[in-house]
Design a protein around this ligand. Sequence first.
Ligand code: CP3
Length: 364
Amino acid sequence: MSSSELKNDRILRAFQRQPVDRTPVWMMRQAGRYLAEYREVRAQAGSFMGLCRSPELAARVTLQPLERYELDAAILFSDILTIPDAMGLGLNFVAGEGPVFEHRVKTAADIDRLPQPSAEKELRYVMDAVAACRKELAGQVPLIGFTGSPWTLATYMIEGGSSKTFAASKSLLFNEPEAAHRLMAKLADTVADYLNGQVEAGAQALMIFDTWGGALDPVRYREFSLAYMRRIVEQLPREREGRRIPVTLFTKGGGQWLEDIADTGCDGVGLDWTTSLTDARRRIGDRVALQGNLDPCMLHANPEVIRREVARCLEEFGHGPGHVFNLGHGIQPETPPENVDAMIRALHELSPAYHDAAATSATS
Ligand code: CP3
């Protein structure tokens, strides 16, 4: 199906800062454990990676949040850690512990030995999941493909899993910067191939999660995270099926570097809740779209508070196009699903006032 047959293109228009009738919305981690129907399919798959490796099940959970809520995009169900897994590190998700790798990257020799998995071979199953999602969506909304940033992937590869201090991964940057550059370059080129493969398989927008960029000092952020996200953006296809493929960069905790992030050539910048949308729009809103930024904890508040905060978010961005509503980070597993309803209802009621009534935009 060509994207001209898209029934709802609000989000693609918003990423290009074109007029829309209301502010489009999707949520990071919108398919996940807060949904009972997700937990059911997850149990059926046996393991998280089993779910990611089954195109049929991955497509099923990708569509689940759209059956409940009027969202303007789907995001591929997968994980950023598919790449380190395909580099031979052996990924497991241990209950209560999160991701754990069988092998860690410890030395410069380990870095030089790492293979570069390709979208066509080792990561073929992700491309198959993209194609299955696109088919199931049948033009309902655009499909977002994604990856982790080189630095964020490297933290998991070096620490062997999640970390609070990033002591080992930061030590590599400080003590062996040349080896660190070789690792980031290898990851950047693997990620670029991976995202190109996702676009070929049908992804209509892309997002790079730099979840741990904000843990770096400004010098190391520019040198080891931002520079490699730029290297990725430079290698991406910008158009397919006659439409721009927007790419969004999200550095959690990156509010002080917005100008540099916008300068990479991306179309959208993701914001967490510590940056004001007013401030971000003033600084970079003439160049890129802004995505965010409700605190995911807000979804534990009562529906009246949620409505008031959605109103505040819309007011902070202000009138006109270029805003893609989202949370400031992934939705939490303990979130009551009915509170998501309250958020989306408030957005649908309140956001048309921020757009020109004449906007044709989405066709649905
Ligand atoms: O947004 C979506 O709905 C698409 C799916 C998606 C997942 N992970 C599914 C998932 C996306 C976009 C991700 C990205 C991801 N994965 C990031 C970047 C975004 C962020 O949240 O910062 C990171 C850092 C990871 C790594 C990861 N994957 C961790 C740390 C964990 C364990 C902790 C946790 O939240 O569960 C995962 C597992 C994971 N990825 C789950 C899901 C639904 C839960 C595992 C399960 O169901 O068993």
